[in-house]
Write a new protein. Structure first.
Ligand code: RUG
Length: 830
């Protein structure tokens, strides 16, 4: 550090960061002219964005520095949130709002000749995630900073985030998303580099004291380089850190001999191989593929993060017995489970602790959030693969398993089959490591992400573990969303209207304050303004649809939206089959009957995993139906079917505020929570949904009369599937008519949809589309009816928003902090 004598001079020059419009303009222009080397003659919107972003980045980094210093000096426990995905979206708007300088920036940009909205929209989304899991991590970062928790996120700095989706001739086409061209939000930390080892072999030897030590050596080394992203809290100076690791060939790895002997390509090849580790995000949501590179990514990131965390702890000079008093590590799903094994390796092999002491530190430190019970999404890694890539880790896993099974054997001697059921190693061909079991055994708490889901994990995948550990190890933390991004940023006018009624923006940090909105249900002016805002949001979305698809939709129509990853369990197929049913019904109606109908726009959006053929077929069916319906003169505005290309966070900010109704219609028991359901309701849209995930708690909070529920319950699903398997399956007659229309070629070549239709008609209808079809269609009729009474509809919307306080991610983080992490906030000094 700087010597005492020079500190005064240093402080005098210390950067303060802008607060006024003039200062903002100074900073922005300075960055445009010097950092970007542009002038007022060639400053376009992108340059204006870059200048403004750099000005805000400077501001954030000042607070970031102070926060990090404060957290280092405080003798206090910290949280580390390990997630393979952080779906952050855009940062500039969020930074402006969180530091409270958006109006300053708006005025400053206007002075400089720009509209703030145009500038903000230049930013490329940071799309390092697939869907709900990654977005949850982003909301949690926002809440942890806002609530002043000393917390860091750890992830991977993918060179390519989730692919960009183009719809070409009604088919999804994937285009790589190279997002790092210009990213002002990250700070490379070339001085923070960790050597990560792969492959090699394990041997034992005696140390000087005659103690046997295990040594892992040989193999290859790859460097992990840290990139830091500041995370500003809302209305607080706390600015936390998200550290993302990027892979690079280790200096020792670059083969100079090869290079000097003219094998330039070979030596560059090694370099490229190392860089591949953090090159791409696997584009699968709720689907695991078991690829070696993915396992490499997981270990690379866990090992680098653990090294960093341990190094930071060691600086405190505290004994290891204090580790879990100072460090909480949260695993976002099983992807970071290797961190548990790596921690045990560090403590035993490197720090020389005995096994039992080390293991109790590990268990005290880690906690694991489960996000799915679906078998295809539960991670398992092949034993031979792990043996080759991480030989020492596999030994540790076997040792953990052996001790665990001994305990089970002793405690439940009568249940022999239990050993097979709970073993971390599945005795299959090849043998597999069950990561969810390893994560459960290595953690002190395991939570599900909505009540139903947390109950389900206890009765299905972790049933035996509840018997073994008792029920207290398992808990629930229902997911939430940050109201800063999902109300204030996405829907500024609604946020302003609410603030005008509640006397300020306190609801943004205490969302339960929204309940006061119920006092205004009789306030005609307020309701009128509310309605006008919803209409303006629909006009904005209609414009986006026009610009991107060429289709004009009537903003007065009922906007019915389903946007999320495309997956059979989420049942976009049920939605589009319902749309076809609606189309056929309208076609058969008399002009008189048609007059009574509320016009509809059915809007879909979402990406399919590139290898998920059935999901891609669903997209194609939606587009094909749209092609026919949208061009049917007979139908006009009564029905339009839209596919919004490349659904991502910034599009969600436009789409979410514009719904009248949104669809959350997964087969009961399959969607762990869902979070877009919360976003839509918070923005004054109603929802149609199954009794699944967080829909159940949303119903409890907002009241049954404010939600359109339908379909079979989770408890009936297994019996229905069983019945289907044994031939007890009757296709719903209305659904049959829909299939007949598809088969007749009405929506193009029927052959393209036959596998999709047959998955329902002939192959057991695993997702119960037929069983739920009638109830789905009937419930949509209720929606139509309800929408006719605009006054009553509006009341439902306002009442629902008023009752959404529970679903703030601030509430989640407080629950995690108190129940699981045992960590206290560290607010900045006034
Ligand atoms: O599918 C779940 C969503 O229901 C949930 O809301 C979200 C956040 O908890 O996580 C999603 N998820 C689950 N994404 N991947 C998985 C399994 O790895």
């Amino acid at each position: 550090s700087i010597p005492e004598g020079q500190r005064e001079a240093w402080k005098k020059h210390s950067v303060q960061g802008f607060t006024t419009k003039d200062q903002f303009e100074d900073e922005t222009v300075r960055h445009i002219e010097t950092t970007l080397a542009r002038s007022l003659f060639n400053c376009d919107e992108l340059a204006a964005y870059s200048g403004a972003a750099l000005a805000f980045r400077d501001r954030l980094i000042i607070e970031w520095n102070k926060t990090q210093q404060r957290q280092t000096f405080a003798d206090q426990k910290r949280v580390y949130y390990l997630s393979l995905e952080f779906l952050m979206g855009r940062a500039l708007d969020n930074a402006m709002l969180n530091v409270g300088l958006k109006d300053v920036a708006r005025a400053g940009l206007k002075d400089l000749g720009f509209r703030i909205e145009d500038v903000i929209s230049q930013e490329h989304d940071a799309a390092l995630g697939n869907g709900g899991l990654g977005r949850l991590a982003a909301c949690f970062l926002d809440s942890m900073a806002t609530l002043n928790y000393p917390a860091w996120g750890y992830g991977l700095r993918y060179r390519y985030g989730i692919f960009k989706q183009e719809i070409v001739d009604g088919y999804q086409v994937e285009v790589p998303d190279y997002w790092l061209d210009f990213n002002p939000w990250e700070f490379p930390r070339h001085d923070i580099t960790v050597d990560i080892q792969f492959y090699g072999y394990v041997r034992k030897e005696k140390d000087e004291d005659g103690k046997t030590v295990t040594i892992w050596e040989g193999g290859e080394i790859v460097d992990a380089v840290a990139y830091d992203v500041p995370i500003p809290g809302y209305g607080t100076a706390t600015t936390n850190n998200l550290r993302l690791w990027s892979s690079k060939a280790s200096k020792g790895e670059f083969d100079f001999q090869k290079f000097n002997s003219g094998e330039y390509e070979g030596s560059v090849g090694d370099q490229q191989r190392a860089e591949t580790i953090s090159a791409v995000l696997y584009p699968n949501d709720n689907l695991e593929r078991g690829k070696e590179l993915r396992l490499k990514q997981q270990y690379f990131w866990c090992a680098a993060s653990l090294f960093d965390i341990v190094r930071r702890f060691k600086k405190t000079k505290k004994p290891w017995s204090k580790f879990s008093d100072m460090v909480a590590i949260q695993l976002n799903d099983t992807h970071p489970t290797l961190a548990i094994v790596e921690m045990q390796r560090i403590l035993v092999d490197i720090e020389g602790l005995d096994w039992a002491e080390a293991w109790s530190i590990v268990q005290g430190t880690f906690s694991y959030a489960n996000h799915t019970v679906m078998p295809e999404a539960l991670e398992k890694w092949s034993v031979p693969l792990m043996q080759n890539l991480l030989p020492r880790h596999l030994q540790i896993i076997y040792e953990v398993n052996s001790q665990f099974l001994q305990y089970v054997e002793k405690t439940f001697p009568k249940d022999r089959d239990m050993l097979r059921r709970v073993s971390i190693i599945e005795e299959s061909q090849p043998k597999m490591v069950r990561m969810a079991y390893l994560a459960t055994i290595g953690s002190h708490k395991v939570n599900g992400v909505a009540e139903l889901h947390s109950d389900l994990i206890k009765t299905t995948i972790f049933k035996d573990f509840v018997t073994i550990y008792g029920p207290d190890k398992f808990t629930n933390v229902t997911n939430g969303i940050t109201p800063r991004r999902w109300l204030h940023q996405a829907n500024p006018k609604l946020s302003e209207l609410i603030a005008s009624k509640l006397g300020g923006y306190d609801f943004l940090t205490d969302l339960t304050k929204l309940n006061k909105l119920e006092h205004f249900l009789d306030d005609a002016d307020f309701k009128k303004e509310w309605q006008e805002i919803k209409y303006a949001n629909k006009v904005r979305l209609a414009q986006h649809i026009k610009d991107t698809t060429g289709v004009s939709v009537n903003p007065k129509a009922l906007f019915d939206i389903q946007v999320k990853r495309i997956h059979e369990y989420k049942r976009q197929q049920l939605n589009i089959l319902g749309v076809i049913h609606r189309y056929l019904t309208i076609k058969a109606m008399s002009p008189e009957e048609r007059k009574k109908l509320a016009p509809r726009v059915s809007i879909f959006g979402g990406k399919a995993a590139p290898g998920y053929w059935m999901a891609k077929t669903v997209i194609h069916l939606v587009c094909s139906v749209g092609e026919v319906v949208n061009n049917d003169k007979d139908i006009g505005d009564l029905l339009k079917v839209i596919y919004i290309e490349d659904y991502n966070v910034s599009k969600a900010e436009i789409i979410t505020p514009a719904s009248d109704i949104s669809e959350h219609i997964s087969t009961a028991g399959t969607e762990a929570s869902g979070t877009s359901n919360m976003k839509f309701v918070l923005n004054g849209g109603l929802i149609i949904g199954t009794c699944d995930g967080a829909n159940i708690e949303i119903t409890r909070e907002i009241g049954e009369s404010n939600i359109f529920l339908f379909g079979n319950l989770a408890e009936d699903v297994e019996d229905l599937r069983h019945a289907h398997t044994y031939g007890d399956f009757q296709l719903d007659p209305d659904l049959n008519k829909v299939f007949e229309a598809i088969k007749s070629g009405r929506f193009g070549d029927a052959g393209r949809f036959s596998a999709l239709c047959n998955s329902i008609i002939e192959h057991g209808d695993y997702y119960l589309v037929s069983d739920d079809f009638n109830s789905y269609v009937k419930t949509h009729e209720l929606v139509d009816e309800a929408y006719k009474d605009q006054e009553a509809w509006l009341e439902k919307c306002i009442t629902s928003v008023a009752r959404m306080g529970f679903f703030s991610s601030d509430r989640c983080i407080q629950e995690y902090a108190e129940m699981i992490w045992n960590v206290e906030p560290l607010p900045p000094k006034e």
